[in-house]
Design a protein around this ligand. Structure first.
Ligand code: UDX
Length: 474
């Protein structure tokens, strides 16, 4: 990667440096943003460990298979201290999984090589814009005391989750616009580990050079919360660009090598809006008992389903297999025979954004990670919300109580309980086949239209993205 950087022309006009948090959901958003900015002709320098960069490259080749006319992204592989971590425990689902924390801690060692890279680019460019994850604010230190370098903070979680997180930290001053919503209560302590909270807060005390914010969200989804965060004391004198959704919303028919993923071929055979897609992101692992209840619930629901059955990512496993997690067999073999006419189980990595945008997909049972929410909103697909940790419970409140484009599987205060198959089949039927579900499905379709329009010429997100690009190049 260094050699690629050296191959750059001696004088660059502008350069953009991306510093993601090393977790799959965050790497994805930085990849999407990189592709969008690169398609506007901006040179992108993507910074991370060799392992994470390889994952992103691998994903880029699958997701952006020639569909996005973008210049190559320069990946800078920096060596970090060993951050291999133990396998995630199933019960780690309740709070932000500790198995990722070593990778986050190791990522702090990026600062010194990052500062070298930024200095080198700054000496050859009119302007350098550094974009770091909102959980990696230490990276803004690489912009310090360089007059032609700006740092932008990229919020890879929803505005609602960020707002409630800070609202609670500040001791909740009265905010009538929020109180009036009477939303179910979720506390920071219940969804974020103290270790992760300390990791984020310790960096905020040392933040330097902060020119503004990017939010992967859109006014149609959470305009009220975007306004609230933009008015927060530490934000109000900074530029705020709400530029989401960043995920692709249209897809080529074939993948990079001309073949289609088996799950897409299977969806091709199903009636319109008939399939519930079931997937819980990259950071949570169900217990074997919960997997058995989910399997039985899907079977009992009588609905068609496409289920991605995988454990939370471990960087070491992920690297060895080039993207597909290896796991032990979790379902009895006769399960596959029983459900084969209307159910498909995918092992490993599935092309989620493409699955959600497929016309046969009619619902999504999701942990409500922010990528999953944005991908589902933009495809107009309603959600059965089963949040686990971090921002997810607050995203689930947005889905069900604010936007009313989904149902909760269970109340958040029952999150530690095993969810019985009957509860699972009931909520799936409610979403996919009831009259009440029809209203929710209709609202999700409407929201999908509004979100896609936000990305078109004159739409709010496209306007903000254009303004951000203009800010970079002028
Ligand atoms: C984590 C946190 O859990 C989440 O709350 C936060 O907003 C981002 O970081 P994660 O568990 O990875 O997210 O979930 P999510 O944000 O939904 O991201 C998962 C991403 O991986 C999505 O973009 C999804 O499309 C992709 N994915 C996942 C696949 O493409 N295929 C898969 O098989 C699994």
């Amino acid at each position: 990667a260094e050699s690629k950087a050296k191959a750059e022309p001696i004088t660059l006009d502008v350069a953009v440096v991306m510093v993601p948090l090393p977790a799959q959901g965050h790497l994805n958003q930085f990849l999407h943003l990189s592709s969008l900015l690169s398609a506007r002709g901006l040179p992108i320098h993507y910074v991370g460990s060799a392992t994470h960069n390889r994952q992103v490259l691998d994903r880029a080749s699958r997701l952006h298979n020639g569909g996005t006319a973008c210049r190559p992204i320069h990946f800078h592989d920096f060596t970090l201290p060993d951050y291999s971590s133990p396998a995630p425990e199933p019960d780690a689902a309740i709070k932000f999984p500790g198995h990722l924390q070593p990778a986050f801690d190791a990522a702090r060692h990026l600062l010194s090589p990052l500062a070298d890279l930024v200095r080198s680019l700054a000496s050859r460019s009119r302007r350098v814009v550094l974009i770091h994850d909102s959980s990696m604010t230490f990276a803004a230190g690489a912009a310090a005391s360089l007059p032609n370098v700006e740092a932008f903070c990229f919020h890879t979680v929803s505005a609602i989750a960020g707002f409630f997180f800070r609202w609670e930290l500040r001791g909740k001053p009265r905010e009538p616009a929020v109180e009036i919503l009477e939303l179910p209560h979720v506390s920071n302590e219940d969804c974020i580990s103290q270790q992760f909270c300390d990791f984020v807060l310790s960096q905020q005390q040392t933040t330097v050079a902060d020119s503004g914010r990017l939010i992967n969200s859109c006014r149609a989804i959470e305009g009220m919360f975007i306004d609230l965060v933009a008015r927060e004391p530490e934000w109000q004198d900074k530029k705020t660009f709400a530029i989401g959704p960043l995920n692709p919303i249209t897809f080529n028919q074939a993948s990079g090598n001309g073949a289609r993923h088996p799950s897409i071929e299977w969806l091709d055979q199903q009636p319109p809006s008939s399939v519930i897609y079931v997937s819980f992101g990259t950071t949570s692992t169900f217990s074997d008992e919960q997997v058995a209840e989910l399997a039985a619930g899907l079977e009992a629901s009588g609905q068609r389903f496409l289920w991605v059955l995988r454990d939370a990512d471990r960087a070491d496993i992920y690297a060895e297999t080039g993207g597909d997690a290896v796991e032990k067999e979790k379902l009895p073999l006769d399960y596959y025979t029983r459900v084969e006419r209307r159910g498909k189980v995918v092992r490993g990595w599935a092309p989620q954004p493409e699955i959600l945008a497929h016309p046969s997909t009619g619902g999504f049972m999701s942990h409500c990670g922010w990528n999953s929410c944005m991908e589902s909103f933009s495809a107009g697909v309603p959600i059965v919300a089963w949040p686990m940790h971090s921002d997810q419970p607050r995203n689930a409140v947005l889905v069900t109580d604010v936007l009313r484009v989904g149902f909760h599987v269970l109340d958040w205060d029952k999150r530690a309980e095993l969810v019985a198959s009957a509860t699972i089949s009931d909520v799936i039927e409610r979403l996919m086949a009831s009259k009440e579900g029809e209203e929710v499905r209709r609202r999700a379709r409407e929201l999908g239209g509004e979100v896609r329009r936000a990305m078109e010429e004159g739409g709010s997100s496209k306007t903000d993205l254009d303004a951000f690009v203009t800010h970079i190049i002028i």
